[in-house]
Design a protein around this ligand. Structure first.
Ligand SMILES: O=C(CO)COP(=O)(O)O
Length: 264
């Protein structure tokens, strides 16, 4: 079952790196991975830059035929029109994006995004041929109250509303406990596995066991090269959504090469 899912390492740059810095990072990341003879078919590598970097990243990736993929950090639920400051999935598709992050906690908390809005963004992503990386995760109080699994599963159900069984086969879900984001406090491998397994169980309930077995469930929150291998050991953890550590190309490449740490 598990071997059917290709591990996915996605670097969410958040509001860091302008387009010049971004292209420099992508070049260095590519060189580092090439030097290591990294096989993208065994671990997929994705960068998620700010919108303003995407055109430059596209030019580089297409021009130099780089094997890594890229995506955006958000999109509008609408396709076009009077939505000042918003970005359509149609534009992202034109820029060659494969993925788009929706429902990151920094948008849920900082911009009041509800599960309903996140779901409409995920639906919009599929409308334009993009694969949504749907983020869920509990805050510290919820975790301390022991309600984290129920909280996350409700978010999964709400945030996937309107996603068809066919679309669900390719969706990516990222479990990012808010208390672990940017804090250096990583979830234990057991914590990550517990929630990722519960998410897969929920997907089986919402869709089917076969579909749930295809979905990649990522962990995010203070992932580094030093802790990624133990987190990836969880049978239901299929990759990582990496913030801070993805801003350093060698460090992010080492995260993508986590299987080497296992034998090193
Ligand atoms: O929010 C995250 C990725 O989306 C995680 O951020 P950090 O890796 O910096 O904790």
């Amino acid at each position: 079952m598990a071997q059917a899912r290709t591990p996915l390492m996605a670097g969410n740059w958040k509001m860091n790196l302008d387009h010049r810095q971004g292209t420099h990072l992508v070049q260095k990341l590519d060189w580092t991975l090439r030097d290591a003879k990294h096989d993208m078919a065994s671990v997929e590598v994705v960068v998620v830059p700010p919108f303003t970097d995407l055109r430059s990243v596209q030019t580089l990736v297409e021009g130099d035929r780089l094997a890594l993929r890229y995506g955006a950090q958000d999109l509008s639920p609408h396709d076009e029109g009077a939505y000042t400051g918003d970005i359509s999935g149609a534009f992202l598709a034109k820029l060659g994006c494969t993925y788009v992050v929706v429902g990151h906690s920094e948008r849920r908390d900082g911009h009041g995004e509800s599960d309903e809005l996140v779901a409409s963004k995920a639906v919009a992503a599929y409308r334009h041929g993009l694969v949504p990386i749907v983020c869920v995760g509990e805050g510290l109080e919820v975790r301390q109250a022991g309600e984290h699994v129920a909280h996350v599963l409700a978010q999964v159900e709400g945030s996937l509303a309107g996603i068809t069984p066919e679309q669900a086969q390719t969706v990516v879900v990222a479990y990012e406990p808010v208390w672990a984001i940017g804090t250096g406090e990583v979830a234990t491998p057991e914590d990550a596995q517990e929630v990722c397994a519960a998410i897969r169980g929920k997907l089986a309930e919402l869709y089917s066991v076969e579909t749930a077995d295809k979905v990649r469930v990522l962990y995010g929150g203070s992932v580094k090269s030093g802790n990624v291998a133990s987190i990836m050991a969880g049978a239901d953890v299929d990759g990582a959504l990496v913030g801070g550590a993805s801003l350093q190309p060698e460090e992010f490449a080492a995260i993508c090469r986590y299987q080497q740490h296992l034998t090193a």
